[in-house]
Design a protein around this ligand. Structure first.
Ligand code: NAI
Length: 728
């Protein structure tokens, strides 16, 4: 039984909150009042408790005033409201605390909705989470068609559900199907799409937003308040907006959701459950169910892990990548050496981000291939309406091809992506340096060679950095920025900043075999082949790891990378890291049977003419002399056998300071390999199991499978002293 009413609970809770007085201010204009959102000292408006309290004061003032309409606007650049304060969500300890926090937001938004005067939201820039829920409580919504304007509910990406009324008001405004699309996928939509679904009433150019808002306010004064309700239009919508149609929508949404999350992400499932339970219910009742569900979600490990991931990426956004106080070079023009798989992708990415690129290769045929690869990526974006044909042409025009070094004097950065051969790379980079300005930064996309060694004889090894992209460049979010022994802070910071300008997440890595990601990925891929050799089926291995949450099974991934490439990298790592990286003999045997994977449509899997995998190639077993698989490990044994070597190696990477912190290992693995975000990353997962358990199991595996499982000294040490990777 609740002893206090929800309003009383809010009043009591807000007594402890310190108001942020300047975060919202009133600017009267005759019978209309502008309400300006402008959180001091921040780039974004965030609805922390202090701001919400201020909002409540403003609402009370509006209630008492003689104004006839109020228009909410942001005074920030390209941000309307970025949502609730995620620091506060992170700090929530109990479900009750989380529920109470929602109650505050819900109550204040209700008070806004219940004002007697019409409220207009004039939205420019990001309007997400609590920001979107705020505008849903307004009477009229007008937004700009600027690319920075995005409206939506990304809460499930943080492992929670909308808690300030989003699950209630969005379906009321845009209907069931449209709202589930946004809520379950944690999506934001641009202005034009928001208009189409009815989420906003008008979508206008930025320059006239306030003028239009004023006009709408004046009309609203005449027409009065309104409560916008979704009216189904078109045959399908009418069909779906009735109890039977609703059931079909819920059923389909759940099916699609589970296919995507595989049951690993509770928040979107909970959001669906809430909408299903409350659709058509009275607002007050629905809000209560919403906030209880939010409370349940906010304290899950998944939510904690996803919020930590959010803060890790925020850390990267703020960081320069170096500890020294240096200014990165300004990068306006970039050259790429090698127009192959990687070079073509890098050139496309640079052009996409408005950087002019010179693409150099040994002949025009190769350059043509690179240009075509870039064009293909843009064409796909065009098809998906991400860009228009004018933009596509303009961006493609930023890429120029060359077989010589003409124009290299004006390049700020040159990224080398030619054959993986140290002598060729050294020779080509020395030649390149002689054609560039003195302070040019040279970067190499090598995947396995030492940056220190490649840069050894360059005139300025301090200006040489590793810039390791992942394939396919336009999709993979990570870049490893590798410092050779002589790389200076300025060069590292320049490549770090360039990586961010390219829209990627950089992590700084010390030079060493496989850098970070390949060093950790290879033992896992290698062990999967050992597991196959020991009598487990390809399907079983891949399915077990998919179920764990990896985006793709390890054997399918080897096919994607190319089995020949995997063997080559495994051998290099074996040479660099010793017995624990000893390559599986079966891997070389697969290559001997001319199975290279997807590229020659023959690997662990079969492929159709378009290169799409059509299932396991069961002829592999007989061809490799494996006999029929017996699946002699249970799922947990299999997953631990494949992934514990990764943790063992990661403990060494932390010890050797290959990256600065456990956070960077986790960020690297999530962004570089798709390690399941809901687990928080490799080392957070390791912490959840405990070092002692991992060491004990590794010891058993040493006895069963060999010395490559020997627990590393830093891991043993953690077990002995009961230490976690993240604090105590
Ligand atoms: P690729 O074989 O597709 O392309 C290499 C290109 O370099 C070819 O077009 C070739 O004509 C050109 N080239 C060779 N010598 C040249 C020279 N002297 N000047 C200019 N161009 C020259 O190779 P890919 O896969 O693009 O790899 C390039 C680099 O990126 C390698 O160092 C590789 O290890 C690295 N890398 C590859 C990844 C992948 O998945 N393919 C992932 C990450 C890094």
């Amino acid at each position: 039984m609740e002893l206090l009413s929800s309003k009383e609970r809010v009043d009591t809770a807000l007594k402890k909150v310190k108001v942020i007085p300047d975060s919202i201010r009133l600017k009267p204009e005759g019978e209309i009042v502008w309400v300006e959102l402008d959180l001091p000292g921040e780039k974004a408006n965030k609805f922390s408790s202090g701001v919400l309290l201020r909002l409540r004061q403003i609402i009370a003032e509006l209630g008492k005033s003689t104004y006839k309409a109020a228009i909410f606007v942001s005074r920030k650049n390209n941000i309307f409201i970025a949502g609730a304060d995620i620091e506060e969500i992170k700090g929530l300890k109990t479900a009750q605390e989380a529920e109470d926090a929602c109650n505050i937001g819900q109550t204040i938004y209700n008070e806004l909705e219940n004002l007697q005067i019409p409220i207009i939201a004039a939205i420019h820039g990001a309007c997400v989470g609590g920001g979107c829920e705020f505008v849903l409580a307004c009477d009229y919504r007008i937004c700009t068609n600027d690319p920075s304007t995005k409206i939506g509910l990304p809460e499930v990406n943080l492992g929670v559900i909308p808690g300030f009324g989003g699950t209630q008001r969005l379906p009321r405004v845009i209907g069931l199907q449209n709202s589930l699309d946004i809520i379950l996928a944690g999506k934001t939509v641009p202005g034009a799409k928001a208009l189409k679904s009815g989420l906003v009433d008008q979508c206008v150019p930025k320059e006239i937003l306030e003028e239009i808002a004023r006009k709408v306010a004046k009309e609203a004064i005449e027409k009065g308040k309104r409560q916008k309700r979704f009216k189904p239009q078109g045959f399908m919508n009418v069909l779906l907006e009735n109890p039977l149609g609703n059931q079909v929508v819920f059923h389909q949404a759940r099916k699609a959701l589970l296919a995507q999350t595989k049951g690993n992400y509770p928040a979107p499932e909970k959001a669906l459950e809430v909408v299903k339970k409350t659709y058509g219910m009275k607002l007050e009742k629905g809000l209560k169910i919403e906030r209880q569900a939010f409370g349940e979600m906010a304290i899950t490990d998944v939510s904690k892990n996803l919020i930590n991931l959010f803060f890790m990426t925020e850390m990267v956004k703020k960081s320069t990548g170096v500890s020294g106080n240096v200014t990165p070079h300004k990068v306006e023009a970039v050259a790429v050496l090698g127009a192959g798989t990687m070079g073509g992708g890098i050139a496309q990415l640079a052009a996409e981000k408005e950087i002019s690129v010179r693409l150099k290769d040994v002949n025009f045929e190769a350059i043509g291939k690179g240009l075509r690869a870039a064009q293909d990526i843009f064409s796909k974006a065009l098809k998906r309406k991400k860009i228009n044909s004018y933009e596509m042409k303009r961006k493609m025009a930023l890429i120029s091809g060359s077989t010589d070094y003409s124009g290299f004097k004006s390049e700020d950065v040159v990224i080398e992506a030619i054959v993986e051969d140290i002598n060729v790379k050294r020779k080509v980079l020395a030649e390149t340096a002689s054609h560039c300005k003195e302070d040019v930064i040279l970067a190499s996309n090598t995947s396995s060679l030492s940056i220190t060694e490649i840069g050894r004889d360059l005139p300025k090894p301090e200006n040489f950095v590793g810039m390791h992209f992942f394939n396919p460049v336009h999709r993979m979010p990570l870049i490893e920025v590798i410092r050779g022994e002589k790389t200076n802070d300025e060069a590292a910071a320049t490549i770090y900043a360039l990586s961010k300008k390219l829209g990627k997440t950089p992590i700084v890595v010390k030079d060493g075999p496989g850098f970070l990601v390949n060093r950790l990925l290879m033992p896992y891929l290698n062990e999967s082949v050992f597991i196959l050799a020991d009598g487990n089926s390809i399907e079983y291995i891949d399915k077990s790891l998919l179920k764990f949450g990896m985006p793709m099974g390890p054997l399918l991934l080897i096919d994607e990378i190319g089995i020949d490439v995997a063997v080559k990298v495994a051998k290099i790592l074996g040479a660099g890291l010793g017995s624990r990286a000893e390559p599986s003999p079966l891997m070389s045997k697969v290559v001997d049977t001319k199975r290279f994977g997807k590229k020659n449509k023959k690997g662990f899997y079969k492929y159709d003419a378009n290169g799409r995998s059509t299932g396991v190639d069961s002829t592999v077993y007989a061809e490799l002399g494996l006999g029929s698989p017996k699946n002699n490990l249970n799922e947990e044994q299999l997953v631990h056998r494949a992934l514990f070597p990764m943790i063992n190696e990661a403990a060494l990477c932390v010890e050797e300071k290959i990256v600065e912190s456990p956070e960077m290992v986790d960020l690297g693995m999530i962004m570089g390999t798709g390690f399941p975000p809901f687990r928080g990353g490799l080392l957070r997962w390791a912490d959840s199991l405990g070092a002692q358990k991992i060491v004990d199991e590794l010891e058993i595996m040493v006895g069963k499978y060999g010395l490559r499982f020997k627990p590393s000294a830093p891991l043993r040490n953690r077990a002995k002293n009961n230490l976690k990777f993240y604090g105590k």
